[in-house]
Design a protein around this ligand. Structure first.
Ligand code: GLN
Length: 542
């Protein structure tokens, strides 16, 4: 029997609902239960694929090619279950479904309305595509009180009623702020938020209260009294120093115990040993390395969320802390001395990106890494920039570029119009809509058996996630290889370059995919483990 846990947020946004959901998922899983996590986002975009990283943070891509919210990244990292298209829905997607049905006449002449047609579509989504899970955790994006989230709240209210208490639970995440001038924690915003939720017909079963300070018993009692719950259902969620400490902290406050009690489920106590181990390694590294991330959206670390996490995982695997130095690539174009910032770093990483702005700076960073023998990791756009750099400075093609920035004499990176996914042909062209025309999701790569990457992965066939429109142009393969850039990973049909490396360099790898999306704290991605190890070696040299 699948049970449903609905997680809403109140008072302010950015309280970490995604992490809270992921942590609860991890705790239930550690009790031996099968979980699945889903995100319901109230915005009108069909998916976040067309949103600016400044607006939305990273776009997380699933194996089956969905462009989703970054919270799905937290879910995967915490519970290790690969997310699917059916785990992320937005108002935009729900409305397109409903309007599509209306146009096809499927509503048989009815007046199509938010209740019941939109709410029914939301409920269908919540219950669809399940596979014997004990729990489905559904996080509702936004904050209670937003106009946008009303249809979602109405849908989960109805579901709560239909499923009954034994199959549904409502968790509400709020803030208990510290008012410095009064020297007190204030419970009023939480009381108001719970009331707001009650106003749409939902009585929270558990309140998770974010706070910078320990919540005294009296305050907990007050919240319980005003919000209609027992005191042990008011769970303090204090700030922690690393996000990997969240599951153990919640467990210590009895979160998972109360969830199980609500449903009348008895399980073994969760084994949190692996989480404690990860936290211990993050807190007490044996050394530190310094890696420069040369990108575009560097002032908003959320736009590279999975990347930052994967670097932490690489550090965990090597018992070191990794300090990330976020550098806006444009400084290398405007300030002549700026490249000196890269002197002394132990690794340089150019992450994914779109558009011409900053690209010359990234090319300069790749050149610096190559010439100064600093470990270089190019991811997607970072691989494309490394290829342009090699074409210009090793293969004597000074006019090499990418057609992403307009026509050029030597398009070493260009738009592929057709490619194979397994046995199916997929297509795109210059006129395709921006939404959903990229090579998206998991594709296989065949590695050259004597390459550095084959050694790193320990295999010659891998599957990694993609999200890009342009490809390294196979027409230049011969010329670039003759100049020293090895094409060590190719698509199974041999037409799409997936990995390049410089055999003569301590560590220089460019990958067309996004390995950071598959790195997990308990299973650091081999490329990140190896890159951080190379950075450790470099730190011994400088
Ligand atoms: N802009 C490049 C492309 O579309 C790279 C995309 C990326 O880095 N994800 O191919």
């Amino acid at each position: 029997m699948t049970r449903f846990i609905f997680i809403t947020g109140g008072v302010v946004s950015s309280l970490g609902k995604g992490l809270a959901s992921a942590a609860l998922g991890a705790l239930l899983q550690a009790r031996g239960l099968k979980v699945r996590l889903r995100k319901l986002d109230p915005y009108l975009n069909v998916d976040p694929g067309t949103m600016s990283p400044y607006q939305h943070g990273e776009v997380y891509v699933t194996d089956d090619g969905a462009e989703t919210d970054l919270d799905l990244g937290h879910y995967e990292r915490y519970v290790g279950v690969a997310a699917r298209k059916s785990d992320c829905v937005t108002t935009g997607k729900i409305y397109s479904t409903v309007i599509g049905r209306e146009r096809r006449g499927e509503y048989l002449g009815a007046t199509v309305q938010v209740i019941p047609h939109v709410t029914d579509a939301i409920k269908e989504f919540i219950k669809a595509d399940l596979d014997g899970e004990d729990f489905v955790l559904c996080e509702i994006g936004g904050t209670v009180g937003d106009i946008e989230s009303l249809p979602f709240l109405e849908a989960i209210r109805q579901l709560g009623n239909e499923l009954g208490r034994e199959r549904a639970l409502f968790v509400h995440l709020t803030l208990v702020p510290w008012i410095a001038s009064a020297g007190e924690l204030k419970t009023k915003p939480t009381q108001h938020s719970a009331k707001e939720l009650l106003g749409v017909g939902i009585q929270p079963d558990i309140l998770l209260c974010r706070s910078e300070h320990p919540i005294p018993a009296a305050a907990r009692k007050k919240i319980a009294l005003f919000c209609n719950l027992s005191e042990n259902r008011v769970i303090p969620a204090l700030d922690v120093d690393t996000i990997y400490a969240v599951p153990t902290a919640y467990h210590a406050e009895g979160f998972d115990r109360e969830v199980c009690r609500h449903f009348g489920i008895e399980t073994k106590e969760p084994d949190l040993g692996p989480w404690q181990d990860v936290v211990a390694r993050v807190r007490k590294p044996e050394g530190r390395v310094n890696v420069a991330i040369v990108g575009k959206y560097t002032n908003l670390p959320d736009s590279y969320k999975s990347l930052a996490e994967a670097m932490i995982h690489g550090g965990i695997a090597n018992n070191v802390g990794v300090d990330l130095d976020w550098i806006d690539a444009e400084v290398f174009e405007t300030e002549s001395e700026a490249l000196r910032q890269l002197e002394g770093v132990h690794g340089i990483l150019v992450p994914g990106g779109f558009g011409e702005r900053g690209s010359e700076g990234k090319i300069e960073a790749a050149r610096f890494a190559r010439e100064h023998r600093v470990p270089y990791f190019g991811i997607c756009f970072g691989m494309q920039m490394a290829v342009i750099e090699a074409a210009r400075h090793l293969a004597d093609l000074p006019e090499a570029g990418s057609t992403e920035f307009g026509p050029c004499r030597h398009p070493v990176v260009g738009l592929m119009t057709e490619w194979m996914r397994g046995n199916t042909l997929e297509r795109r062209n210059e006129e395709s809509d921006l939404g959903g025309t990229m090579r998206l999701g998991a594709y296989e790569t065949i590695l050259a058996s004597d390459s550095q990457v084959a050694k790193i992965y320990g295999t010659t066939r891998i599957s990694e996630r993609h999200r890009h429109r342009y490809e390294v142009n196979i027409a230049y393969k011969g010329r670039l290889e003759a100049a020293g850039l090895r094409f060590s990973g190719m698509s199974p049909d041999g037409l799409l370059p997936e990995i390049v490396e410089l055999p003569d360099h301590p560590w220089f790898v460019g990958v067309q995919f996004h390995p950071e999306l598959k790195s997990r704290p308990f299973e650091p991605h081999p490329l990140f483990t190896s890159f951080v190890r190379a950075a450790v070696d470099q730190s011994r040299l400088v």
